[in-house]
Design a protein around this ligand. Sequence first.
Ligand SMILES: [Zn+2]
Length: 444
Amino acid sequence: MNEQLTGETVELLQALIRNQCVNDGSIDSGDEFRNAELLRDFLEGNGLEFETFEPTPGRTSLVARYPGTDPDAPSLCLMGHTDVVPVSPDGWSNDPFGGELIGDEVWGRGAVDMLNLTSSMAVAFRHLVRTGQRSKGDLIYFAVADEEAGGIHGAEVLLDRHWDVLGADYVLTEFGGIPVNGPEGAALMLTTGEKGVAWRRLKVRGTPGHGSRPYGTDNALVTASEVVRRLADYKPAAQIGHLWRQMVSVMDLDEEVRDALTDTEKLDWAIGQLTPMVAAHAHACTHTTFSPNVIHGGVKTNVIPDEVEIDLDVRTLPGETHDDVQAHLRAALGDLADRVEVDVIAETAATESTTESPLWQTLAKAVSAAPGGSRIIPSLVTGGTDSRFYRNKGAVAYGAGLLSPSVPIEEFNRRFHGHDERIDIESLALTTQLWLDVVADLWN
Ligand SMILES: [Zn+2]
């Protein structure tokens, strides 16, 4: 691996972290213009043409295209988001925005989600341009804002408006590259699919009255609390998809538990045998999930509330439709279904890219040739990434990366949006090299 490039990835990551592009979901947070400017300065001066987009003030995204030699060859986009989620500083052992290099780890918010990838992609991209390594197809570097709040100031609108500039046949982005040690040896999980989003706002109505006389009243908050309880208790049927089977095949588990994880009859028992974080993941990969996460209601302590709103985070499995979600809600609410008005907050079906692609073969080759070489396994991500916007336009998109064995999957998950987020230099080196290896092989 190239030490010079690793050093560049470390430094760029530190600078991206220090820019604190914290996206709390509000329109004036994020300030991704800072990271867009930083990346532009980093890439500038190599004969590249840039375009920046600012669909919302301050929410800047940047794209650079390195033209290939054959206009008919498929293009590859390296897409990294530049925003990060907020921190609770009290839980951190070091400054979350210091970007400090402590031992062999870079610390700070974004170190694994996903400024590590965004920086390594920029370094690999600049190296290819500087050294004049033109591929057959176009190579695109896309530093995108607002991934952490759903892409409404980023990928979602930009791909709709500027497909002529941002369009690509293949896309690599977060997240993937976590090494696992399965029964048949080392494997690396890359993501090829993600669950759908079906967020709902549930409105429960009642009759207002004086809080001093609650007997026999129709209190919307009391009804809403029963709605919440039923949603929390709802147990939709399990579904064992092909991605889940692949993921289970490489889990380092007792054989009986592993077998049970793909058997709908024994799944509940098997999930009960797992550590809490793995259990939650296993449950989410095999079920449509319902999480009531926000409630608003009531106006005054002495007034019986006549309206309560509940925001419900529903995540759907591949193949599930709007009607399936409505049917789940009716089943969950039972005789209260008629008391609840349901509005859609956001809805995108689950997406998946085929592994029958030259890009998948290239990744398989690159990963098996990398230090500690392993095979790659497709997997499902339960949250949302910007991949879905590319997949919905027909591109093949994977979540990739190449982490060192010092970041086992549980540790990776703990750091993801968690305290003490950090990444080791070896992972940065491996990932930077991965992009170079992919570009070197994809069009051959
Ligand atoms: Zn991310």
